[in-house]
Design a protein around this ligand. Sequence first.
Ligand code: HEC
Ligand code: HEC
Ligand code: HEC
Ligand code: HEC
Ligand code: HEC
Ligand code: HEC
Length: 453
Amino acid sequence: MKKADYQRFKGKKPVLVGLFLLAFLYLSPSYFSQGEGLFKAKCATCHAVFQNGTGPKLYGAVQRWEDAGEGDLIYEWVRNNAALRASGKSKRAAEVFAEYKGSVMTVFADLTDDQIKSIFDWVDAQDPDAGGGGGGNLAAADIGGEEDEEEGIPWTWIILGVMFVIIIMAVSGVRRQLKIATKESEPASTSLTYVDEFKIWAWKYRLYVGLATLVLVLSVVVTLFQTLYGVNVMENYQPSQPIAFPHSVHAGINGIDCKYCHNSVTKSKSAGIPSVNVCMNCHKKINGEGKEWQGEINKIYAAAGWNPNKGPAGEYTGDTDPIVWNKVHNLPDHVYFNHAQHVVVGGLDCKQCHGDMAKLEDLAKVQPHQALNLIEENIAAGVEFTKPTLTMGWCIECHGQYSVNITDGKSGYYEEIHNRLKKNNYNLLNKYTDDGKVTVGELGGWECAKCHY
Ligand code: HEC
Ligand code: HEC
Ligand code: HEC
Ligand code: HEC
Ligand code: HEC
Ligand code: HEC
């Protein structure tokens, strides 16, 4: 009888461990952070989780579509709401569109079913009772990296907690068995500590414990790499600015060179943001009088301490109040990025990383990699991004695809290396140039220390 009990328990263990592994893989935090990343990057500008905004709250949206008997169509809706509406086959589409008359949702043709599911799974996993609606009220301007990390943690903890409970349950199971087994033979061993029991248990099921540990380690590594390479937290980031500064009017219509305002871009690591004096070079005269944007110019005057109505042609009052622009592109402190290296030595155009700012009527934002793939210079260079802008994968991808011309004589530095290799190590030169090009990566652009302090 006791033996049978034990056997049954033993027989179940592999099943238990298997289930637990599956559950663990399924709940892998990277899956949720994908949904979260996508939601924040693509949906949060119009949708909150728990509150209606430009678009309806997304919490329970899947349920609403299932209630209408159109659970499958919600994917089509997200990919192309206009087409679904036009097809006339969805009641819910017509309904929700009528409710939000005048607002049209963006088309997301490139989202896969899995990605859409991950968004809704993440949304529906949010806690309606959590203070203020936990991430539900994100305005576009709040989408930053920090909240992401904070919200990412609970899942990891929940999973670790579940694992802990399972281990405790398993250990107490062993404890019971040990008691049963030792009652007859060795009563003294009831004084075993939990740690000893755990060791015995772990050794007994070493295969499964080993596998579980392996899975745990792998998931941590995968999550880490996904975070480094993929999770989309920066694309489309567009913080509010103190003055509605349109790049299109300046760099586009009026053809002002980027370097006029970002004047350190060819000389140093950072491009620099112009001080208010630079604006005043032109805006002392261009005062926007009678234009609807005159208020914006008045903000420049307030910042510069300029009173246009004082004296015959205006006067500085000395009462200045610097403009505090919000940073749009922001790499973590441990990353070294140098503009001069890319713009001067690499000969890259600003567009290749920032998109066509001269056509940007809106505030500056981090362009999604899909938009960068349409830039002529990137197509010509054979660069095609699959990783989100400003992630490590994004830098690595360009360095792997972009070839440096080492023989055009423009860059004396590479010319010299080239000639040296030709003389001393023809094989090495061949190895690098066998595919007809030398990429930035082959020249060292893939070395950790080049980008990390
Ligand atoms: C530009 C604003 C905008 C963006 C961005 C946006 N939506 Fe919408 N969404 C709307 C509006 C507005 C509606 C209401 C229907 C309409 O007017 O077309 C809507 C409706 C919906 C609905 C139907 C809700 C219901 O209760 O039936 C779903 C689901 C949805 N959106 C999902 C998404 C997802 C997922 C994303 C991100 C991938 C997204 N939306 C991005 C504006 C947007
Ligand atoms: C008349 C001055 C002016 C010109 C010309 C100009 N910019 Fe800017 N740029 C600004 C100001 C001011 C900001 C800060 C406000 C903002 O972020 O929108 C800015 C912001 C930016 C940003 C985002 C900065 C960040 O915080 O990450 C980029 C990228 C940028 N400019 C690129 C360009 C490029 C490329 C060109 C040329 C096509 C250009 N700019 C021309 C004034 C200028
Ligand atoms: C080299 C000259 C020049 C500089 C420098 C310059 N601007 Fe302008 N700005 C212009 C011109 C030209 C216009 C368009 C005037 C018009 O259309 O009547 C303009 C228009 C504007 C407008 C209104 C555009 C609109 O259509 O809404 C704003 C706001 C503005 N500038 C802000 C700034 C700020 C802030 C700076 C400093 C960072 C700056 N400008 C620097 C030349 C300049
Ligand atoms: C190889 C990609 C790349 C190219 C090419 C590039 N940038 Fe940048 N730019 C970046 C990155 C990455 C950042 C963020 C830097 C950081 O946070 O340290 C950035 C930041 C900026 C900023 C914000 C201020 C700063 O210096 O951090 C401005 C302004 C800017 N770039 C303007 C330009 C202009 C103008 C050009 C063209 C002359 C240009 N960039 C070319 C990648 C690029
Ligand atoms: C659009 C393509 C492109 C992107 C995106 C890009 N780079 Fe580069 N990078 C280049 C090119 C081209 C060079 C080679 C310049 C040269 O000839 O030395 C380079 C060189 C470098 C170097 C010097 C490598 C060496 O061997 O000395 C560093 C460091 C670097 N990049 C960092 C970054 C970082 C960090 C990012 C992401 C934030 C980034 N790059 C994104 C194209 C790119
Ligand atoms: C071409 C430039 C480049 C190279 C080469 C590079 N990295 Fe990175 N790395 C970055 C950038 C940019 C980020 C920031 C990405 C982000 O914030 O999402 C980053 C982030 C990281 C982080 C994550 C830290 C964090 O804040 O999440 C680690 C760890 C890391 N890199 C390790 C490495 C290792 C190890 C190597 C060498 C095998 C390496 N990197 C090579 C550009 C580079």
